[in-house]
Design a protein around this ligand. Sequence first.
Ligand SMILES: Cc1cc2nc3c(=O)[nH]c(=O)nc-3n(C[C@H](O)[C@H](O)[C@H](O)COP(=O)(O)OP(=O)(O)OC[C@H]3O[C@@H](n4cnc5c(N)ncnc54)[C@H](O)[C@@H]3O)c2cc1C
Length: 354
Amino acid sequence: MVDYLVVGLGLAGISFCETLERNGKSFRVISDHSQKASTVAGGLYNPVILKRFTLSWRAHEQLTILPAFYAGLEKKLGVALDHPLRVLRRFVSAKEQNGWFEASDKPGMGELMSTDLISNTNPSIDAPFGYGEVLGTGRLDTELLQEAYRQYLVKKDLLVPETFDFDALELPETGVVYKDVQARQIVLAMGFGLKQDLYFNYLPLNGTKGELLTVKAPKLNETRVIKSSVFIIPLGDDLYRIGATYKWQDKTHLPTEAAREELETKLRSFLKCDYQVVDHVAGIRPTVADRRPLVGRHPAYKDLYVLNGFGSRGVMIAPYASKALYGFIESGKELPRDMDIERFRKRYEKHGAV
Ligand SMILES: Cc1cc2nc3c(=O)[nH]c(=O)nc-3n(C[C@H](O)[C@H](O)[C@H](O)COP(=O)(O)OP(=O)(O)OC[C@H]3O[C@@H](n4cnc5c(N)ncnc54)[C@H](O)[C@@H]3O)c2cc1C
């Protein structure tokens, strides 16, 4: 008998397991490699929506717990995951500059948006209107986190590396049984794999495909993240990640020629030096119709929970949502209404799960 069975080992599953471990709970994990979002993610944490110059959802609360959470994982796993990086938003006009400074004046924004106009000094980038800087930003190496955490669980014999078989799940009145595992609760943290989930597939998870390139650009010499029509994220060794695309129809993990062309066209519109594409990856972001996470208890089964819907901000949301779900299950703390799946109860009553 364990306290929890967790399905999925992306940012959601890892953050929840970590929350369990820190609270002395026992658990077992089942995960395959059918979803790739946490493997391919750019890994940026940045509290400002750089299109509209507004704060992302509950950013202050998330940033309060983020550094210590990932620092704890770094210490435990013995790897460097959190790389603080400056994020610069490239302006395309004087109007945009003004918009930035107006936004930085709004309540709660001053500590996250610098009021300095930063001039471009990098000859490999075209940025005549300069940049605005977001504060407190960085990149989490999500691929390394996933691999290191997987190995950690394997060593402790806590990971079953297989596809979850919904037919083998039993939900008696109390607790759950899955093959030879008995648990008090089960948490499904399957990213876009929720579409195969027999219990929560009534939830409006859309899924948005994203593709990223890795390029080698020895003459770029940039240590900051540059956000223009695409992001340039420095990885070290003259390597940069370029992304990402947003596509709503294609739900495969296959990199496409069209996306590569789109990313390169956007990149060339402001990058002035040569580069070579060395990698190209794709994944599906677990995006939700109302852009809020999907967290909470199943309407009909009291020991069945979901942790999903982190969209394009998994790095910031995962520790926050995991903490909220844990507090809800263990201490009956109310979930913030806007991420609680209770908001879709009518949908469940109307359609049920398939
Ligand atoms: C191109 C791209 C760029 C991104 N960039 C950023 C970024 O810069 N910053 C940021 O914060 N976020 C970014 N994201 C979003 C981020 O990746 C997601 O929000 C986050 O990874 C979602 O984590 P998750 O654990 O919910 O889902 P996933 O990462 O998809 O993990 C789900 C896990 O469950 C497993 N699973 C699914 N179904 C089953 C099953 N039936 N049986 C067993 N296991 C199963 C999967 O194999 C996987 O291990 C990006 C996403 C993409 C695609």
